[in-house]
Design a binder for this molecule. Structure first.
Ligand code: SF4
Length: 369
């Protein structure tokens, strides 16, 4: 069964390959660095969004060596808006290790690839098969859906035992072909284009006659997922601290600690509202004291912005603020700066802070226009 599915899948894939910038050359012969960057970017992000980021990244850091030498702030700036910033920091650290320990070339074994920061089983399989043409399996969300339908796997996919079964079928497929890169790419493409989460296009599918879920009419119920946990909602408050009471041209931003959410990015000092019903202005004063060891007076509300992170949703309310006395110190923050609406463009910032900058810009335009 594996050989038959593999043959149909690679034949189908050859006829409909989507042109993407990291797909220069046939699968199995591509630039390992480009495959690596594109696969890391595509985790949790739509391919249509990745293309521009990928092109900008490769224009700025065309080789592993150039990435290894780069300044982390510039890397985070290029990544701004893609989210899940540990991916960018890990790419940077892994590039430095590849230069020092592997002479600037990505290693060709699963074990060595897995030793690099940010490379997991999926990314290792993608690099080995797509760049080196080795028979190593992959399992992303699309491949998981296709395999659980082909073999009609009815257990929740989050279970370790189910993951084992899925990996083992994926390995069975890749070992049944002489073209492992095309096979893996075809598996993921079939999931993206035909075997979609809802309303799969089974009538057009080259694997229809080998698909158990289709035969049993249960494809819409595969894969099975454990009931979703409710996504938590965090309420937070931020301070736009102006340098002078009348002079609203410079405001303060602080750099978040390297380890933790949005590490290394610059934001308006902020904190999550404490359990209970802490007043939002009290929350701002507490957050600024913790980050910068300074007391502020909190003025008018500026804006409320909402953003969905991977594991929670956040509502962030920003207030105008003023330092009461003394000067800021980097306490919980790693650094701080006075900046302007023009200069802040140079700093990597999280999306909610960019939205606040947008509101400030609208205000400035109204005042001058
Ligand atoms: S027949 Fe339908 S459910 Fe089965 S693999 Fe093809 S598209 Fe997916």
């Amino acid at each position: 069964m594996h050989a038959q599915i593999a043959a149909r899948l690679t034949a189908w894939h050859a006829g409909q390959l989507r042109a993407l910038p990291w797909r220069e050359g046939p699968a199995g012969t591509r630039d390992p660095y480009a495959v690596w960057v594109s696969e890391v970017m595509a985790q949790q992000t739509r391919v249509s969004v990745v293309v521009d980021y990928f092109n900008r990244w490769m224009a700025r850091f065309p080789t592993v060596e150039q990435l290894a030498r780069a300044d982390q702030q510039e890397i985070l700036k290029l990544w701004e808006g893609l989210g899940y910033y540990s991916r960018a920091r890990n790419l940077h650290r892994a590039a430095q290790i590849v230069v020092v320990e592997f002479g600037g070339k990505l290693p060709r074994t699963r074990r060595e690839l897995l030793s690099l920061p940010g490379i997991g089983a999926y990314t290792a399989g993608a690099i080995l098969s797509l760049a080196f043409g080795l028979p190593e399996p992959i399992l992303d969300g699309n491949a998981m859906r296709v395999i659980s339908r082909l073999w009609d796997i009815g257990d929740p996919i989050e279970l370790r035992s189910t993951q084992k079964r899925l990996w083992s079928q994926s390995r069975g497929l890749v070992e049944a072909t002489a073209r492992p890169g095309e096979l893996n790419e075809g598996l993921m493409e079939l999931g993206a284009l035909l075997c979609r989460p809802r309303n799969p296009l089974c009538a057009e599918c080259p694997l229809q006659h080998s698909c158990l879920a289709h035969e049993r009419g249960v494809q819409d119920r595969r894969p099975v997922r454990s009931p979703r946990q409710k996504i938590p909602h965090v309420e937070a408050a931020a301070a736009v601290i102006w340098e002078g009471e009348r002079n609203r041209s410079r405001f303060l931003i602080s750099r978040r600690p390297e380890k933790g959410l949005l590490g290394g990015l610059w934001s308006f000092p902020n904190g999550a509202r404490e359990e209970g019903d802490e007043d939002l202005s009290a929350c701002v004063r507490r957050a600024v004291r913790q980050e910068l060891d300074v007391d502020v007076s909190v003025g008018d509300k500026l804006a409320t912005v909402a953003h969905a992170f991977t594991h929670f949703r956040m509502t962030l309310t920003a207030f105008h603020a003023q330092i009461l006395a003394g000067s800021p110190q980097a306490a919980d923050a790693e650094a701080w700066r006075w900046t302007t609406l023009e200069e802040i463009e140079e700093f990597p910032c999280p999306v909610p802070d960019r939205k606040i900058v947008g509101v400030l810009r609208d205000l400035a335009r109204k005042e001058t226009g």
